[in-house]
Every structure is written in structure tokens, then in C-alpha cells.
Design a protein. Structure first.
Length: 215
């Protein structure tokens, strides 16, 4: 079995120490950091994402796999910067004002990273200015908002309204999600995409960025 396959396998099992050791070993052997990223870490995370969507694994398994991926990334990231690895795009993700739930958001962050995006996590209870200021600061492609409470869902609209007010609405792909959110709500507030789970969010974000760049 190739070392990238081993990295992928250990990542899927959530064995962070093994992943970290093997990533370092692959680098020591002179393997291209991009190959380690794509064929080892990202492929493992995409498999977990697909299994999660098919209900073959659940949130705890995704979180341990994500922790293993982050452990591998900590070794790999300095090398990726050296070789100038271009991310697919950039996303700013947070839970909206008044909402302190973060498990769903954290899963989305992990999956977006797994899809090759550079992700800026602005945490929970984030107001409209926080989303927009961060997106402007880092030159984001995507603004992703999460809500778990019906009472905080209108704060997604606040972000979109402020984007319009600032003349920035067309600049960003706006995505929303969370247990009480659905397709019709997303349409009603003028979001670009709603996805029902973290794995779909990552796929949709990636496709939307590529489509926009090629437009």
C-alpha cells in the first residue's frame, strides 16, 4: 500500500498520531506536499464525507477524522506555502448573532478544508459586520452562515441585507445551513445556496467557486 493510501486509511480511522508521523515520513522521502495533501489527507476526508452523507458514519467519527486531518495539515502547511499551493478558494464561516451552537459549523469548516478550501472560522454569535469585514479582509469567495435556533435565522437575512447596502452582494457566494434552515428560507432571504449537511456544503462551495471563476 502506498504511503498516501496509508495516510488516507489512518485518517478515516481518526488515528491522528499515525497520520502526523506518515505525513512527516512522506515529506522526508521527498514526496510532493501537494500529492500528500490531495491523495492522502483530502481523499481520506472526502471518503468520510461521503460515508457521513450516506449515514455510514456519524458526527463523532467525522470529528476524529477531522482532528487527524488537522494534525497532518499542521506538518504539511508550511511546506505547502513553500511550494505555493493554491487553495480552490476562500470561505468565511460562522454561526450567526445570538446563536452559540458550533458542532454543525465545525463540521462544515472541516469538510471545506477537506475539499481544498482555505477557511476562516469566525466562531459563534457573529454579527453581520464580522462576516463582511472578514470576507473583505481575506478576499473570500464564500460566506457561509449557520443557525440552529429559529430565533436566530433572521440574522442570516441581516448579513445579506448589509452586503446589498454596501454594494457587495454580487461579490460573494452566500451559503446557509443548520437544522431549522431549508431551501425555501434560503430563497426567501436571497442566499445563493442551502445545503442540508456538511459534506454537501463542501461540494457545493467548491463547484460554485469553480463555476464563478470560469464564468
Amino acid at each position: 500500500m502506498s504511503i498516501t493510501n496509508e495516510i488516507s486509511e489512518f485518517l478515516q480511522k481518526g488515528r491522528a498520531k499515525n497520520v502526523k508521523t506518515l505525513v512527516q515520513q512522506a515529506l522526508d522521502e521527498g514526496m510532493d506536499p501537494k500529492v500528500i495533501l490531495n491523495e492522502g489527507l483530502l481523499s481520506g476526508m472526502m471518503i468520510i464525507g461521503t460515508k457521513f452523507r450516506n449515514n455510514e458514519v456519524f458526527v463523532p467519527e467525522v470529528l476524529v477524522a477531522a482532528r487527524a486531518m488537522n494534525m497532518g495539515l499542521s506538518v504539511l502547511e508550511p511546506k505547502l506555502v513553500e511550494v505555493g499551493n493554491e487553495p480552490v478558494g476562500k470561505a468565511v464561516v460562522g454561526t450567526v448573532k445570538g446563536d452559540l451552537h458550533d458542532i454543525g459549523k465545525n463540521l462544515v469548516v472541516m469538510m471545506l478544508k477537506g475539499a481544498g478550501l482555505e477557511v476562516y472560522d469566525i466562531g459563534v454569535d457573529a454579527d453581520a459586520e464580522a462576516f463582511i469585514n472578514k470576507a473583505e479582509e481575506v478576499g473570500a469567495d464564500v460566506i457561509g452562515m449557520s443557525a440552529l435556533l429559529t430565533t436566530t435565522m433572521p440574522n442570516m437575512q441581516t448579513v445579506i441585507d448589509l452586503l446589498k447596502e454596501k454594494g457587495l452582494r454580487d461579490k460573494y457566494i452566500v451559503m446557509v445551513g443548520g437544522a431549522p434552515v431549508n431551501e425555501s428560507f434560503a430563497e426567501q432571504i436571497g442566499a445563493d445556496y442551502y445545503t442540508s449537511d456538511a459534506a454537501s456544503a463542501a461540494e457545493v462551495a467548491k463547484q460554485a467557486i469553480l463555476a464563478k471563476k470560469n464564468a
